[in-house]
Design a protein around this ligand. Sequence first.
Ligand code: UD1
Length: 416
Amino acid sequence: MQRLAIQGGNRLNGEVRISGAKNAALPILCASLLTGDPLQLDNVPDLNDVATMRKLLQQMGVAVEATGNQVALSAAHIDKLEAPYDMVKTMRAAILVLGPLVARFGEARVSLPGGCAIGSRPVDLHIKGLQAMGAEIHIEHGYIHAQAKRLKGARICFDLVSVTGTENLMMAATLADGVTVLENAAREPEVVDLAYCLIAMGAKIEGAGSDTITIAGVEKLHGASHRVMPDRIESGTFLVAAAAAGGSITLTGTRADILDNVLEKLQEAGATIQVAGSTISLQMSKRPTAVNVRTAPYPAFPTDMQAQFMALNAVAEGSAMVVETIFENRFMHVQELRRLGAQIDVEGNTAVIRGCAQLEGATIMATDLRASACLVIAGLVAQGETVIDRIYHLDRGYEHIEAKLSALGAQIRRIK
Ligand code: UD1
């Protein structure tokens, strides 16, 4: 099993190019199932989750050609309408094939995702939405079996905001008979990026980015080209790393307009931020000030940035409260941070962090994707060596992270 060894204490300086967004690329890859024509994608990040999704689509019969960050897909011949357990258990986003398959082929068998490290994460809203559109759904042998002659437009009001739920139903609705209105829809920028791709494929979608999305179903979609948006969570992770370790970094190929909340928190922590076009620069010359964080659906503070801010708060001046409102068990990094000397108390969904002047390197274990990012940041600021175990989580969602951090001056290496 691979590990990362980090020698803490270096400031971060220099430029880093931000990759395409994992959470936009995954649904957009699934959108290829909606047409028999080729879909040409650019800025697709080289990540394990993307490789898993490509493999899943290939198993179904999709022709996939990847060259660097470009991926060409053609779902002209599909012979298997199934996402098996093996795939779904390694990557929950595999559920995103459900909507497109039922919409275009009238049938899908998708494994129910099992438990998840950060919470129970059911998919009931995906299922209820498809049922409202006329799909017959049976749960059998751990699989969701969905069938529909042709989905029908419906008014669907989500009980709670679900990102992949919104994406699955938005994709399904593009080929439905009639108009679908998604209310209390997720407003995440990745939903908007998917909508742009679908619109380029001929879908009729209005309101993506607001909480009401209206989709007028069409008979057929066609091929298109699409460039995947920059990863706002990767952007935020590098900015927090530099704010915690100190230094001066510039992100290129990113977008500041979708990071408002994160940039405000970094400024509150004492960082100087400058935005110019597609670059964001951050300077930090002192110990950060502790900042309170409360996660909520976009445009509020993202749950995918909570763990990284916990690492920042662990070495900040003062105390902070971090409240997690999206996932019920997303504090697994706390135990590991404590092994580095962090002072954190957890009560329910609230963590209280008392910043300490110095963390001390130790061997720690990554438990999920964003927890891994938090531990890397902690390793960058801890005294001595930190070894992070189970970094396969990190490879699911961060493109070339150790190369990018090394280029910024971090002492980080992979132990194979
Ligand atoms: C997506 C992101 C993930 C991010 C999360 C929240 C992708 C591939 N993943 O995950 O990185 O952390 O949004 O911003 O885009 N829920 C239900 N029933 C459902 C669906 C969701 O109860 O049918 C609950 C979940 O358990 C969770 C909350 O709704 O408590 C939000 O989850 P959701 O937005 O669906 O997360 P994902 O789309 O899985």
